[in-house]
Every structure is written in C-alpha cells, then in structure tokens.
Design a protein around this ligand. Structure first.
Ligand code: NAD
Length: 349
C-alpha cells in the first residue's frame, strides 16, 4: 500500500500505526498539521472493509480536522485516530487502555476524543493512560461531556442559516428534512428540528437507533438506500462520509444539504456539481464544529457551558458569511471554506 503517494496524503506531518496483541488493538493515528496547535480530532472505531479503507478514512478525517479547527478559531491543529474494529477484538476497557497508551506515546502532538463508535465512557479508560484526551464526563456546569449535543446545536443553527439563504424563510414550520443516521448527533438534531416544527424523514442501518427515534418522535422511516434522494427541502447527512458523488448528486431533490457527517463530498469537484444544480451545501467541517468547540474548551479548562454555547452559536455567522460570498462570487461553498482554512493555517506557519 502506497503511503507517501496516497491520494489523500496531502502533506501529513506524521502517520502512526499501533498494534497491541493482548487487547487486539489495531489503530492508525494521522497527524495532518500542528501549525495552529496540537493536532486534535476524535477517535473513530469502525469495521473497515480493508486496511486501505481505514488509512484513507484516517487521512481524510485528519485533514478535515485541520480545516475544522482553523475555521472554528481553535488553537488546535488537525489529527484523527481510527481503531480498526473486528469481531475478534470487541470494544473493551483493555482496548481503550491500549489506545490511550498509543495516544500518550505521541507526547501531546495528538489529542483524542470520541467519534463514531466511541463514547464518553470509552474515553474514561483512555484517560487512565494519558492526559491527552477530552470529551470526558462533565463536571457540574463546566465544559465537557458528550460533544454530540453541541454538534447537533451547531448543525441546527447552520440549517437555519442555509434555509434562510436558499429558501428565503426563517421558519421551520412544515419544512421537510431528511436526516441520514439517527445516532448521537442525528437524534439530537431530530429533536431540535421537531421542536421547531419540521417534518422529519429518517433512515438508519442500525435497527436499535432507528427504533429509538421512532419511539420518541413522529418521523417517517425511509430505506437507507433512498433517503438521500427523498423529496425534501433539506438533506441532513448525519451518518458517514462520501455520500455526495458524481452519481448520487444528479438524483438529489433537496435544495439544501446541511448535516454533521464528516467528508460528505467524495471529491472537491462534487461541491461544484452541487452548486451547478443550485443545491446549497453547508461545508461539513464548518457546520459540525460544535463538538470540537466543546472538546477544546474542556481540554483547555476553566470554561463554562455558557461559553461553549456562545462559541457554538458563532457557527451560524461563519456559514452565513460563506453563503453570502458564494452568492456574490458564484463560487462553490466548499471551495470558499477550504480557501479560508488554508489561509488561516498558512498564516500560522
Ligand atoms: P453515531 O455512530 O452515534 O451515529 C451514526 C449513525 O449513522 C448510526 O446510528 C449508524 O447506524 C448510522 N449509519 C451508518 N451508516 C448509515 C447509512 N448508510 N444510512 C443510514 N444510517 C447510517 O455517530 P455520531 O457521533 O452521531 O456522528 C455522526 C457523523 O457526524 C459522523 O460522520 C461523525 O464523524 C460526524 N461528527 C460527529 C460529531 C460528534 O460530536 N459526535 C462531531 C463532528 C462530526
């Protein structure tokens, strides 16, 4: 497998592979940039079809964290960890302890937290081995805990900005929204959208998560293979990435795409494909920064929940500025966001 010539390598500062026979841990930690501070990004545990898929995911997610942290104004660079799940090595305290030792061995160049497939509880085992972890159980009203409700709040506000910009309304009453994935972020987001009066369409490949959403909220279930093509106003991807491609984009009916999933676009050119169809795309790493904002404030300490909320509410203004610039310049939103992020990192260097 080529690494330095990997299509997603993009000048990563370092790439680390870990194996621990006792716990069954196999993990990759990718450090894309430390220009703005230690590389911060969550840990994803996923069963990948191949090691090559895991590496690609780590590299793409890591670069995305550089951009996300820069645009969110955080003193963090970008990095990401993936744990290669398999049936022989189920989640266990030993697995996360071994992962914690792996993180610790990097001496603070990388700071971890939870992402898909990991929880606040898992991070407690990581914390026993290293101080370079955030997203731990919350203490009173200080910043901390599960980042996903903050991600959902940021997404909700980002959807508001996008709907106002593209559909010319600030009301969610009767707005049809399709949410792909009702896990940690997706379910919180559904609650906020429902409270605001939206009509919800959801899908999930995990029957338990789907059942929970259906038991709590009036949602219409759509088959996972059909959800992104639903006849809705807004598509909110809250599952995994790589869903907006040259073959899926022509069939999408939504006018706005705004959700939490990382790396929604398969390639940069897919942003232009969306713009050409007049579909307003909220750049994923701008709209989904709520969680890392909470993680960052927790990590640096002495922050309150109110300060996290104030920071998360700035996501709306950042997106509004990108949408306004896209309107005046005619350029795709993803390209404007990438340019902004790259300029911020270059200025720090
Ligand atoms: P999660 O694992 O709790 O939820 C993801 C859900 O998507 C699961 O219920 C899963 O079964 C479902 N899913 C997977 N593939 C699917 C498919 N093809 N169709 C429908 N459903 C599918 O993860 P999460 O923490 O809610 O994160 C969701 C996304 O948001 C991820 O891409 C993550 O990287 C991103 N994100 C999360 C946070 C956070 O704070 N948790 C922050 C930023 C970005």
């Amino acid at each position: 497998m080529g690494v330095f010539d990997h299509a997603e390598f993009d000048n990563h500062e370092s790439l680390h592979f870990f194996q621990d026979d006792a716990s069954g841990l196999r993990a990759i930690i990718a450090v894309h940039s430390t220009a703005l501070g230690p590389a911060a990004g969550g840990c994803r545990r996923w069963i990948y079809a191949s090691d090559a898929d895991a590496l690609t995911d780590a590299l793409r997610l890591s670069r995305g964290m550089t951009y996300k942290n820069a645009v969110a104004g955080l003193k963090f660079g970008g990095g990401k960890a993936v744990i290669l799940g398999n049936d022989q090595a189920p989640k266990s305290p030993q697995l996360f302890a071994a992962f914690g030792r792996a993180v610790d061995s990097l001496g603070g160049r990388y700071i971890t937290a939870e992402d898909v497939g990991c929880t606040v509880e898992d991070m407690r085992y990581v914390r026993e081995q290293t101080e370079f972890v955030s997203g731990l159980p919350q203490n009173g009203s200080s910043a901390g805990g599960d980042p996903s409700p903050w991600t959902a709040i940021g997404c909700f506000q980002g959807i508001q900005a996008a709907v106002e910009s593209r559909l010319g309304t600030d009301s969610f009453k009767g707005l049809r929204v399709a949410v792909q994935g009702v896990g940690h972020v997706g379910l919180h987001l559904c609650r906020l959208l429902h409270e605001a009066g939206a009509e919800l369409f959801v899908s999930d490949v995990n029957p338990e998560n789907l059942a929970l959403a259906k038991s709590e909220l009036p949602v219409t279930e759509v088959a996972p293979s059909e959800l992104i093509y639903a006849d809705v106003d807004v598509l909110s991807p809250c599952a995994l990435g790589n869903i907006l491609t040259s073959s899926t984009i022509p069939r999408i009916q939504a006018k706005v795409i705004a959700g939490a999933a990382n790396n929604q676009l398969s390639t940069v050119a897919d942003g232009a494909r969306l713009a050409a169809r007049d579909i307003l795309y909220a750049p994923d790493y701008v709209i989904n920064a709520g969680g890392i904002i909470s993680v960052a404030r927790e990590y640096y300490g002495s922050s309150s929940e109110d300060e996290v909320r104030a920071d998360v509410c700035r996501i709306r203004d950042r997106l509004q500025a990108i949408f306004d610039e896209a309107k005046t310049s005619g350029r795709p939103t993803n390209e404007l966001a990438d340019e902004l992020a790259r300029n911020l990192v270059a200025a720090a260097k």
